[in-house]
Design a protein around this ligand. Structure first.
Ligand code: GLN
Length: 542
């Protein structure tokens, strides 16, 4: 069977769930027996997401092969239960970089290299590469941004060209937003009509419209969209806000979206198996208890708004672990900077069953996080440190248990005892200002210590986890830290780098930090073992 393509574009505004839509359609089609791949195309000029501030862009997700990409790739991995790679992610920067390099290598044979057709051709080439590598039956391609923007036109152009070559092999899905202005109290279809016009101007007619809104789409408005946008009424899918994103595939299936898309390709479902997904949603909607987890971080304020996108994989990993125990996760945000000005505020950590300090960069809020970790250690509040959260746990332990008063990470102070220090290969890179894609990135092995919390959680000795950092526990300090009771529970066998530290469970119910980011590998149907054990402890203590 020749590979089929589904392009997903957004109308009216961003942030309405194109990524979840793409991931959900992927999950549905996978459950019908097809090999699925997804690709995220981002219109920014950055070569990858690694150089962007999470407040600007949301979390930087990392794949096994070390690609720093958009958080939607994380959504795809979670919904599809597949590990993706650099071939599943494209940006304007990547496309232009490749075309310019090809031109420098004389690969265009003396031709004038032009934006059209060479840029869309490069995009199509990338899609074909993914197809050849994975032998996917269906590839879903999500085009970032909103239709009508100048930025993503060339990607729409690529989609149009692909449709011209495969008239029966390409389906277009528009995810649009239907506002219900408070003063009118009526759901309005006009912005969606304009979005379809914009898409038409790019030479594309949508086959399916996903009608997002804060309430379900009613019949009259469905009919209106159908008539004005030339889409079959049954292909206008009502997609109201849901409590949990994991309900979306089931919601779409109520309208038989999967089979309708397959029919457009002339395909029939091969099997039908959403059972495990249904069980998951049942557990989510019927919690037996609650678990309160605190996240002490700094990337959530954007002007007057609180954004949670910066920590999306951490949030999802907590949820997956809670769902596993049929518990309702209640996640509370704590601003670490607050503890610097007002240490008495640390008391608020008593209201949660466990605390996480996630990854981060730069000085802001660091001392507050260290105070929070100290508070958790002393008050036996379960603590789970992720990357920076592990490094700061080491700094806290060095200062307050080992008595190394000016212990710190050299990321934050040049005149300190650098218990956390830049990895040797990083020194030169930083000197030369080579910041793009140069951290220690992607999957590395880790050997676990017998009897440790980690070893018990994973149930195996050798694991592989994803990384994104430049600093590491400094070997020189290992003996002093270990002497005072810090357990080195995981080590990278190739380079002898410390990857996990813990406290003994006689002293503390759960105090563990990882140099890697376990959150990237947690899946709703398969929660990460460390998150699972952390949440298990939190539930027990509560
Ligand atoms: N800033 C730290 C480092 O570069 C931690 C990075 C992180 O938390 N991802 O090592």
């Amino acid at each position: 069977m020749p590979t089929k393509y589904i392009f997903i574009a957004g109308g009216v505004m961003s942030g309405i769930g194109k990524g979840i839509t793409t991931a959900s359609i992927g999950r549905i089609l996978k459950s019908k027996g097809f090999r699925i791949q997804t690709m995220k195309i981002d219109p920014y000029v950055n070569v990858d997401a690694g150089t962007m501030n999470p407040i600007e862009h949301g979390e930087v997700f990392v794949t096994d092969d070390g690609t720093e990409c958009d958080q939607d790739v994380g959504n795809y991995e979670r919904f599809l239960e597949e590990s993706l790679s650099t071939d599943n992610y494209l940006t304007t920067g990547r496309v232009y970089q490749a075309v310019i390099q090809r031109e420098r290598n004389l690969e265009y044979g003396g031709k004038c290299v032009e934006v059209v057709p060479h840029i869309p051709e490069e995009v199509i080439g990338r899609i074909k590469k993914l197809e050849q590598k994975t032998k996917a039956d269906i590839i879903l391609i999500e085009i970032g941004g909103t239709v009508g923007e100048y930025q993503n036109l060339l990607f729409l152009e690529a989609a149009r060209m692909l449709k011209l070559r495969n008239p029966k092999g390409v389906v277009f899905v528009l995810v649009s937003y239907l506002p219900t202005p408070q003063n009118l109290g009526e759901m309005k279809t006009k912005p969606t009509q304009y979005a379809v016009r914009s898409l038409n101007m790019a030479g594309i007619q949508p086959d399916v419209i996903i009608a997002r809104g804060n309430q379900p789409l009613d019949e009259p408005r469905k009919r209106k969209i159908s008539i004005f946008c030339s889409v079959d009424e049954k292909d206008v899918i009502s997609a109201p806000d849901v409590k949990s994103i994991y309900e979306v595939p089931l919601d779409f299936e109520k309208d038989e979206l999967g089979n309708r898309i397959l029919k457009k390709f002339g395909l029939n479902p091969r099997v039908k198996d959403l059972k495990d997904w249904q069980d998951l949603v049942f557990k989510i909607n019927n919690p037996k208890r609650e678990v309160k987890i605190g996240i002490v971080g700094k990337y959530f304020k954007s002007g007057g708004f609180t954004l949670m996108d910066s920590y999306i994989s951490v949030l999802e990993a907590i949820k997956h672990a809670a769902f596993y125990f049929q518990a309702k996760p209640d996640i509370i945000w704590f601003d670490s900077e607050n503890y610097e000005k007002n240490p008495l505020a640390l008391k608020e950590l008593k209201q949660v069953a466990g605390v996480i300090v996630p990854g981060g960069f730069g000085n802001r809020g660091v001392e507050g996080k260290i105070k929070a970790i100290e508070y958790c250690r002393k008050n036996k509040i379960p603590y789970f440190g992720l990357c920076l959260g592990m490094q700061l746990a080491v700094v806290e332990f060095a200062r307050n248990v080992c008595g190394i008063k000016n212990a710190n990470s050299t990321e934050f102070s040049s005149a300190c005892q650098g218990v956390i220090d830049l990895m040797p290969e990083q020194k030169q890179l930083i000197k030369e200002a080579k910041f793009g894609a140069t951290m220690r990135l992607g999957a590395f092995d880790c050997q676990l210590k017998q009897g440790s919390i980690a070893r018990k959680a994973y149930g195996q000795e050798l694991i592989s986890e994803r990384h994104r950092h430049r600093y590491e526990l400094n070997d020189e300090f290992k003996p002093s830290l270990e002497k005072k009771g810090l357990i080195i529970a995981g080590v990278n066998p190739q380079r002898n780098l410390v990857e996990i530290v813990e406290l003994g469970q006689k002293e503390h119910p759960f105090f563990l930090g990882t140099q890697f980011h376990p959150e990237f590998k947690s899946r709703p149907l398969n929660p990460h073992p460390l998150f699972r054990e952390f949440v298990r402890t939190c539930l027990k203590i509560k």
